[in-house]
Design a protein around this ligand. Structure first.
Ligand SMILES: C[S@@+](CC[C@H](N)C(=O)[O-])C[C@H]1O[C@@H](n2cnc3c(N)ncnc32)[C@H](O)[C@@H]1O
Length: 475
């Protein structure tokens, strides 16, 4: 999905339909796990299933389950709903810098004349990653390259093939690049025709046994991007997929995942892991000695973030590092643990401290794709947006947080401040009043959830802000 960070920004999530039979929901979860490796919590699955059943005017979950298990359109529609398709151009720019600076020269220098650089974006969603690669290769002056984009979602692929993108997909990208490779249609952007010449899209379920294969272009690859896909799958499936991707690479080829994705546990890869790096290389030569060296370098590379000391959980070490203001260390320790919402939040806070609000806001978006219903994450994103003077967007995100949990006094208070700053006096007043009402229900010394303040001190601030607002003359 390309627009506004996720579907949540466009449509409200339907509340889970009350009374969906647990056993059938379990059967649905198990079927989706077998079909596509999906690991999804019951709340999110319940919501997606409720929406799909309403859309198809089906009341009975058992009947719907049978339809989905029969594959075809009902299954495709459900897949479209359960997949997170958040993506944008040059997402995790540091990884694209690495491709430009290291991978392209390495692949081209060791190759025979006329070598076609062969790349694959596995789980490409609406195509931004595919065209980012094409842009990179055009900028590097390569004339012979190929980018394959595959995904399980028919809706995502149909959007990718159209080559039309909303403005939001371009966030954070330099205007000169946008001008060079896109046509501005007013509503968004259309990709320049020359970028489609070396690009192909194909449906491929990464769980199925259809790759590597020369027939569908998934063999002998120089580079595979499989980013922000494995995080949504169960660990064993993710591991099997990485094994298969290994076989799909040419010797010396690279696999890039996202830092939030699980790392391969087998040591046959040469790996580079860092804050933005989840880069794995299939060794050029596969003699035993070289493999052993790769295994050693693998454990060295990830050892700092995975192994020791065994008795203290990594999430606790991350928290300790954060408390000691060792933010880089905290970020490294959070890597791969982002499926725990508390660790995801800690990581964003550490990024904010180390790199500032802009980076942290991007990180918050990444984490929201994994945890769409955690109000603290939305609140954190809103705080970053406010720091970046993006008040309008912050108010949208604050309202989303309140949609998930309407009882968060500090969010109402912050919404009041953002609305007041934008000159929306009446809505700001309502937000402050709501905060005051909630705070009055608390005991004065209680710490307000999602804040460091006591109820009394936030109450005083809200009352003061409200008073100030009432006396403010409209502009
Ligand atoms: C969050 S998007 C990632 C897009 C892009 N790679 C990026 O990082 O911006 C995840 C994509 O993985 C796809 N996906 C999930 N499970 C899959 C599977 N079993 N096979 C193929 N694609 C899958 C989803 O349809 C979705 O488009």
């Amino acid at each position: 999905m390309t627009d506004s960070a996720s579907s949540l920004h466009r449509k409200r999530p339907a509340p889970p339909r009350p009374g969906l039979p647990e056993s059938e929901l379990d059967a649905m979860a198990e079927f989706l796990n077998r079909y596509m490796g999906l690991s999804i919590n019951r709340g999110e699955l319940g919501r997606a299933v409720s929406e799909a059943m309403s859309e198809a005017s089906i009341e009975d979950l058992g009947h719907y389950l049978t339809l989905v298990q029969g594959r075809g359109e009902p299954l495709e529609r459900l897949v479209d709903r359960v997949t997170v398709r958040e993506t944008y151009f040059f997402r995790l720019r540091q990884q694209f810098d690495f491709i430009r600076e290291q991978i392209i020269p390495a692949c081209m220098s060791g190759s025979l004349p006329g070598h076609v650089l062969r790349t694959w974006s596995a789980g490409c969603a609406s195509g931004e990653e595919v065209f980012s690669l094409a842009i990179l290769f055009e900028e590097a002056g390569l004339s012979r390259y190929h980018v394959l984009g595959t995904d399980i979602s028919p809706e995502a692929l149909s959007s990718a093939r159209q080559g039309r993108f909303p403005r939001w997909s371009m966030r954070g990208n330099p205007p000169a690049m946008v001008e060079r490779f896109f046509r501005d249609t007013g509503a968004g952007y259309t990709i320049a025709p020359e970028l489609s010449r070396n690009v192909a899209f194909r449906r491929l379920n990464l769980v199925e046994d259809t790759y590597p294969s020369a027939e569908n272009g998934t063999y002998g690859l120089d580079l595979i991007l499989c980013r922000n896909v494995l995080i949504y799958l169960d660990g064993r499936t993710a591991e099997k997929i990485m094994d298969r991707l290994y076989e799909a690479l040419a010797p010396g080829g690279w696999l890039i995942t996202a830092p939030v994705d699980p790392a391969p546990t087998t040591g046959r890869w040469e790996s580079v892991r860092g804050e933005y790096a989840a880069l794995y290389r299939k060794p050029l030569a596969r003699h035993k000695a070289i493999r052993r060296a790769a295994e050693r370098s693998h454990s060295r590379a990830i050892g700092t973030v995975s192994a020791k000391p065994a008795e203290i959980p990594r999430s606790t070490r991350a928290k300790n590092a954060f408390d000691e203001k060792e933010y880089a260390k905290a970020i490294a320790l959070c890597l791969g643990l982002e499926r725990e919402a508390t660790t995801a939040i800690l990581k964003i806070k550490a990024i904010a401290n180390l790199h500032g609000a802009a980076e942290a806001e991007l990180a918050a978006q990444e984490m929201l794709a994994i945890h769409p219903y955690v109000p603290e994450l939305r609140f954190l994103e809103a705080i970053m947006l406010l720091a970046l003077n993006q008040n309008e967007r912050a108010t949208v995100v604050l309202r989303q947080a309140l949609f998930i949990d309407p009882e968060l006094a500090v969010v109402h208070f912050t919404l009041g401040s953002a609305l007041a700053a934008e000159g929306y006096k009446a809505p700001a007043q309502r937000a402050y009043e709501r905060a005051i009402k909630l705070l009055k229900r608390m005991s004065p010394n209680e710490i307000v959830p999602l804040s460091d303040s006591t109820a009394l001190s936030l109450l005083e601030s809200a009352e003061h802000a409200l008073e100030h607002l009432k006396h403010r003359v409209a502009p």
